[in-house]
Design a binder for this molecule. Structure first.
Ligand SMILES: [Zn+2]
Length: 174
């Protein structure tokens, strides 16, 4: 999907070529009448530190991820959806339980995926279980969590610190 976006002009279907614009190399449409430029701007992604009613944090393994690899619940926004609406929808879809936003945790760049993460602390109103997009959910005591050093991990690390925990970094996951 992403590779297709990099190959063809979405306006006229022409093959994109590399052009230098404002001193920066960009993929652009070669046809003068079109003028499309693939700016490759970062995409916002919403993430949830989803807390169960008994105070544990829900980590999710996406379908297709290898066993043992977990992350926060994340998702893309639908058109005209606010980030708050988007993350509550993702929580409901992926964890099969409604949630309420407690606080905005922060913004973190995820350069490798060209994404900008907006992370919320969400209180779950019941016990979570894996929806269609997930292979598995795991609910951990905050003291037992070792956040991974990229992706959604730094937001979780900072949130744990803000709650009085002294987290240690764990192995790379997501
Ligand atoms: Zn074009």
């Amino acid at each position: 999907m992403n590779e297709e976006r990099r190959r063809y002009c979405p306006q006229c279907g022409g093959g994109l070529v590399t052009r230098t614009l404002g001193g920066v190399q960009r993929l652009a449409c070669p046809f003068d009448g079109c003028g499309f430029v693939f700016w490759d701007n970062p995409v916002p992604v919403v993430a949830a530190i989803a807390e169960t009613p008994d105070g544990r944090v829900t980590l999710a393994r996406n379908a297709g991820w290898p066993p043992g690899k977990f992350g926060l619940v994340t998702g893309f926004l639908e058109p005209a959806e606010t980030p708050e609406e988007g993350i509550l929808r993702e929580v409901a879809e992926e964890l099969c339980v409604a949630g309420e936003i407690r606080e905005f945790v922060g913004i973190h760049a995820y350069y490798r995926n060209n994404q900008l993460l907006l992370t919320y602390h969400v209180a779950l109103l019941g016990a979570p279980h894996a929806g269609e997009e997930l292979a598995e959910v795991r609910c951990l005591d905050p003291a037992d969590i070792r956040p991974w050093p990229h992706g959604t991990g730094p937001a979780l690390f900072e949130w744990l610190q803000s709650r009085g925990h002294a987290p240690e970094w764990g192995p790379s996951q997501r």
